[in-house]
Design a protein around this ligand. Structure first.
Ligand code: CA2
Length: 147
C-alpha cells in the first residue's frame, strides 16, 4: 500500500489568504501545504500537493493517483458542485478519498449544499478552516494503517 497522498485543490484556491479572509481565513495555500506536509511527516506519509484552476488538470492528477497514491485528499472547490467528470475520475480509483471544504458549505448558498464528489468520498470535512486539511491527513493516516 502506497504511503503517498495526493492533495488536490481546485479553482481559485490559489487566492487563499489574499481575498475573502472572513470566509476562507488568512492562511495562504502555501501555508496550507506546509501544515499538510508537517502533519504527513508525523505519520510517515509522503505528500504530492497540487492546485489548478482547470478541471482537466485535476482529472489528470486523479488518474495518476490511481496507480501512484495510497489516498486522495481533495478540495474540488466550485467543481464540487458541478463536476460529474471529477466524480467519474474518483470513481475509477480504489483508494480512500477524503473531501475537504474550508468553509461550511451547508451554512452557505443553497447551490453549495450539494457536492457530486461527496457520492464517492469516504469522508467529508467542512467548516474547520484550513485545519480541515490537517484533519484529513490524520484520518488518511489511520485509513492507510488499517487498510
Ligand atoms: O470552502 C471551500 O473550501 C470551498 O470548496 C471553496 C470554493 C467554493 O466554491 C466551495 O463552495 C467551497 C471556492 C474556493 C475559492 O477560494 C477563494 C479563496 C480566496 C479568495 C477567493 C476565492
Amino acid at each position: 500500500m502506497s504511503k503517498t497522498v495526493y492533495v488536490l485543490n481546485g479553482p481559485n484556491l490559489n487566492l487563499l489568504g489574499l481575498r475573502q479572509p472572513e470566509i476562507y481565513g488568512a492562511e495562504t495555500l502555501e501555508d496550507v501545504e506546509s501544515a499538510v506536509r508537517r502533519t504527513a511527516d508525523q505519520f510517515g506519509l509522503t505528500v504530492r500537493f497540487f492546485q489548478s484552476n482547470a478541471e482537466h488538470d485535476l482529472i489528470g492528477w486523479i488518474q495518476e493517483a490511481r496507480t501512484a497514491a495510497g489516498g486522495i485528499v481533495i478540495n474540488p472547490a466550485a467543481y464540487s458542485h458541478t463536476s460529474v467528470a471529477i466524480l467519474d475520475a474518483l470513481n475509477a480509483c480504489d483508494c480512500p478519498v477524503l473531501e475537504v471544504h474550508i468553509s461550511n458549505i451547508h451554512k452557505r448558498e443553497e447551490f453549495r449544499h450539494h457536492s457530486f464528489v461527496s457520492r464517492r468520498a469516504d469522508g467529508v470535512i467542512a467548516g474547520f478552516g484550513a485545519q480541515g486539511y490537517e484533519l484529513a491527513i490524520i484520518r488518511m493516516a489511520r485509513l492507510l494503517e488499517d487498510g
